[in-house]
Design a protein around this ligand. Structure first.
Ligand code: GAL
Length: 667
């Protein structure tokens, strides 16, 4: 099967987006010299180059691209060639305004920026296919070509009339008849019944809450419509370059695509990660969030993945854009390698002097090659070359965290018990708790095979399909450990409430009779529990039936009622957590459950802020704190990055990293 290994060819890739069309050719030679100096092995070319390649409708201007690819190839640098379809030229919008997207209110999103295309527009698709076909014909066999990069961060939703017609066709395929659609959407409510397919619209701006099942289907549809654009271009390039893998770069934990469905269509799963440097020192969730995105991307890929974009230092799109403190660009890059990345790339190679991103950092900043930032880039290039033993290897994880986009789309809508329960924050809080204890986890689709995991964690899955519920029940019955967060299994695939507070199958697994009522907490409020800890965001009035109460609420209306329960089901164990325990309490709860389930941390007993992950034969240790830390080792280890052997302990500098292998003395 074609995959990332076809692009990496035995070593970790290192590089970034390269936009030579924004520079005079005289600068290109310097680019090549400095890329070589930095150890760059991959340049992503053409991401937004549509107007440079097709300056007028149907014209082709590829001479510059020929020269760029040849130059890179001559320097031994591979090319990740992008289709330029994320940035249609102004002429397309001017000639064909119907290719421009419209928002919920019908307002046109004009050219003059990027991403101004309607995924349902046949005219856009035709123009995109034509330029893709020409690029694939011209460069499909170019010796520099390592990877195809389709479009960029797909995500533009559209509510126009063309989209409406496309949505209706999609709905026919999903629901079959109009009667079934009316039933599935519950249109008896508020007189929303449709008597004709042509009456159905995308969920446009309305006086009050829009039908939630319609919104859910529209999000599914938008993801699928964008995916059709991806697969159309993918099939074109694949036909001209067998053996060259194809990717499109995801945004991290992005709501606009069903990431499981998308990943299944890619040869290489890649993601863009932009942690806030301001979080490096003050916010412990900063590096944990990176770990969550890495774990998710690795799980989507089912193995090694590509970090397609990150910033060398500051970005330009936060209200305040701070540079990355010394050492953190390296730390976060190596964190990605530790968690399965085989390619570490940046946006972008050379900092622009014009345009909206001229204050975004780059591998080669405005300050030039004699800068801290370029030195750190060059050093990273050298270190990645030393990390060849990591290439192609797997990350060991004994825990699966269940995650799904439709559950997110259904849960994070207005009209729910609490707007404080936000899906991505709950997911991040639970993942953070595991991360803190160095319990490495994969993320998994709720219908995935779970038998390979000793423990399964559900932070929250408001929507669960029948297949997912059956699979989860079978997993616990067969001996698995489940830790399940609140407001899970509440709705079916059409956002129809399953009565009893949660699905009956899940209640049997959890040993619960019913959930009488949800009692969400006021913003910022906490509720004390009998074990001395406190919960946030949510509480529930539970009625156990077989489950043992582990902790009760200790104040308020639910005082004395169960908060956390535990139940033996078949050969397995199921915990239910009806609030969001404060961070230390959640970490302790998960660590206890993991220990009982036989899951061991990557390295136990580490000081706070030190991350440990095992990848292949390497044990990565990453110091996310600003002070040096000393770590005791179970046996002598050698650091692949420095070549030094550490008999019993090792001191990591501020933001230091080690990639250790057990030391085998020569005999
Ligand atoms: C990414 C995008 C890049 C660049 C970067 C800036 O989301 O793919 O083209 O805009 O952000 O941080």
């Amino acid at each position: 099967m074609v995959g990332l290994h076809d692009a990496t060819r035995g070593r970790l890739l290192f590089g970034g987006d390269y936009n030579p069309e924004q520079w005079p050719e005289s600068v290109w030679q310097e680019d090549i010299r400095l890329m070589r100096e930095a150890g760059v092995t991959l340049a992503t070319v053409g991401v937004f180059s549509w107007a440079a390649i097709e300056p007028r409708p149907g014209a082709r201007n590829t001479g510059w691209l020929d020269r760029v690819l040849d130059l890179l190839h001559g320097a031994g640098i591979g090319v990740c060639l992008a289709t330029p379809t994320a940035a249609p030229p102004p002429w397309l919008g001017a000639l064909h305004p119907e290719t421009l997207p419209r928002d919920e209110s019908g307002t046109v999103l004009w050219y003059g920026s990027r991403n101004q295309f309607c995924a349902s527009s046949p005219v856009y698709r035709e123009h995109a296919a034509r330029i893709t076909e020409d690029l694939a014909r011209r460069y499909g066999a170019h010796p520099a070509l390592r990877l195809w990069h389709i479009n960029n961060e797909y995500g533009t939703a559209c509510w126009c009339d063309t989209t409406a017609a496309h949505f209706r066709a999609w709905l026919r395929a999903r629901h079959g008849t109009l009667q079934a659609l009316n039933t599935d959407w519950g249109t008896a409510f508020w007189s929303q019944r449709y008597g004709d397919w042509n009456e159905i619209l995308p969920p446009r701006r309305a006086p009050y809450l829009v039908n939630p099942a319609q919104v859910l289907d529209f999000r599914r549809f938008t993801s699928d419509a964008l995916l059709e654009c991806f697969t159309a271009e993918r099939d074109i390039v694949a036909a001209h370059s067998p053996g060259v893998p194809v990717t499109t770069n995801f945004m991290p934990l992005f709501a606009g695509q069903d990431g499981w469905r998308w990943a299944a269509e890619e040869d290489v799963v890649s993601v863009d990660v932009y942690p806030d440097p301001a979080a490096a020192h003050d916010d412990p969730a900063g590096p944990a969030h990176g770990a969550l995105v890495h774990d998710l991307t690795r799980s989507q890929a089912g193995g090694p993945w590509a970090l397609m974009e990150q910033a060398a230092s500051a970005v330009n799109w936060r209200p305040v854009n701070q540079p990355k403190p010394a050492g953190t660009m390296r730390l976060w890059s190596l964190q990605a390698v530790a968690r399965g990345a085989d390619a570490i790339c940046f946006f972008q190679w050379r900092a622009s002097r014009q345009g909206s991103e001229k204050f975004h950092s780059a591998m080669l900043p405005h300050a030039g090659e004699h800068s801290r930032s370029f030195r750190e880039i060059r050093d990273l290039g050298a270190e990645l070359a030393r990390l060849a033993p990591a290439h192609g290897t797997q990350v060991a994880a004994g825990i699966a965290v269940l995650h799904d986009w439709p559950a997110w789309w259904a849960a994070d809508q207005p009209g729910r018990p609490s707007a404080e329960a936000r899906y991505p924050e709950l997911l991040a809080a639970w993942h953070h708790a595991l991360w803190q204890r160095n319990l490495t986890c994969d993320l998994a689709h709720p219908e995935a095979r779970l038998t390979g995991y000793r423990m399964v964690v559900i932070p929250q899955l408001y929507l669960l399909t029948d297949a997912a519920l059956d699979g989860i029940a079978a997993y616990v019955r067969g001996g698995g450990t489940l830790v399940c967060g609140f407001f899970t299994g509440v709705a079916d695939a059409d956002d129809r409430v399953r009565e009893g507070g949660t699905d009956a199958r899940l209640r049997r697994v959890l040993g619960l009779e019913t959930v009488h009522e949800w009692w969400p907490l006021a913003p910022g409020a906490t509720v004390a529990m009998s074990d001395g800890t406190a919960g946030r965001i949510w509480s529930e009035d539970l009625e156990p039936a077989g489950a043992r109460t582990v902790a009760t609420y200790a104040e308020g209306e639910l005082s004395g009622r169960p908060a956390i329960t535990r139940h033996t089901y078949g050969r397995g164990t199921a915990w239910y957590v009806s609030t969001l325990p404060e961070p230390a309490a959640l970490a302790a709860l998960l660590a206890g459950a993991a220990e009982e389930a036989g899951v061991v941390p990557a390295l136990p007993g580490l000081p706070a802020g030190v991350e440990a992950v095992r990848r292949g034969t390497l044990l990565f240790l990453l110091n996310h704190t600003r002070a040096p830390v000393t770590v005791r080792l179970p046996s002598p280890h050698t650091d692949t990055l420095t070549g030094h052997t550490h008999p019993a302990e090792l001191t990591l500098d501020r933001h230091g990293v080690a990639a250790l292998t057990p030391h085998t003395p020569h005999t």
